[in-house]
Design a protein around this ligand. Structure first.
Ligand code: AMP
Length: 250
């Protein structure tokens, strides 16, 4: 069984970003693998360790530095990588339907049995790509996975939903998007980082698989309003007075 894991390179979540009208300023900013994608890679590696899958292929779509995220996935345990290259901004111009179209082409080309993805990219917060890919392939999907069991070609997935946990199952092939509590990704060891450098990495220019549609135009980007500082009040009476007179809550 072959698994495709989609990994996106994003601004590190610990960075305080500078927002310009044309988008986040990416100049000199620390980038990293999208955390939900790292969880997807870890899950693929765990399934391989349990001998439930035979091969893990990591894929990213993006500029040349995206190769760093692929090397990270290879160091965690992916066997091969595919870099679909484009110089377009992946937090703006490469949109979920574009990514889903390209992944669908790779699935058709290489016959994967399962696609594991992050539930969401932390840069654009779309939470759409997995759902669109499943639609394009006409495959079943399970989103927000917090547990995945595979047996006899059936995937059983526990999903995190508002009301609690929902368990679904479907016959593979299918698409699963990974949520935060699915696992805790391992650290890549130094020998594995070295080994990753010699694992196969195929590069394909995006134009060979499709084109960008720019179906959504971003008209403005703004930083969130600066929050006012909090205050410590002496007692409950003062608190009530402030809520009544200043916050005008009642
Ligand atoms: P989104 O729909 O943008 O929130 O992204 C959901 C998931 O789609 C991500 O966690 C990745 O697994 C995948 N994805 C989105 N963009 C890319 C990309 N440029 N390259 C590879 N995978 C991507």
């Amino acid at each position: 069984m072959k698994v495709l894991v989609a990994v996106k390179r994003v601004v590190d979540s610990g960075i305080k970003v500078r927002v310009k009208p044309e988008g986040i300023d990416l100049q000199g900013v620390k980038m990293t693998i999208n955390p939900f994608c790292e969880i997807a890679v870890e899950e693929a590696v765990r399934l391989k360790e349990k001998k439930l899958i035979a091969e893990i292929v990591a894929v990213t779509i993006g500029p040349k530095q995206g190769a760093e995220s692929l090397r990270h996935a290879l160091a965690l345990g992916a066997d091969k990588a595919i870099h679909v290259t484009t110089e377009a901004r992946i937090d703006q111009a490469v949109q979920p339907l574009d990514v889903a179209n390209i992944l669908a082409k790779l699935v058709e080309r290489d016959n994967y049995n399962l696609v594991l993805m992050g539930k969401q990219s932390i840069d654009d917060d779309f939470n759409q790509t997995g759902q669109m890919l499943a639609g394009l392939l006409d495959w079943p999907q399970a989103t927000f996975a917090s547990n995945i069991q595979i047996s006899d070609g059936i995937a059983q997935v526990v999903r995190e939903i508002d009301g609690g946990l929902q368990t679904v199952k479907f016959k593979l092939p299918g698409v699963i998007t990974c949520d935060l509590r699915l696992n805790q990704p391992r650290f890549a060891s130094v020998p594995n980082i070295m080994k990753a450098k010699s694992k196969p990495l195929e590069t394909i220019p995006l134009e060979k698989l499709g084109k960008l549609h720019n179906s959504i135009q971003i008209t403005k980007n703004e930083a969130p309003a600066i929050r006012k500082g909090g205050a410590i009040v002496e007692n409950v009476d003062v608190l009530l007075q402030k809520l009544r007179n200043e916050a005008k809550l009642f």
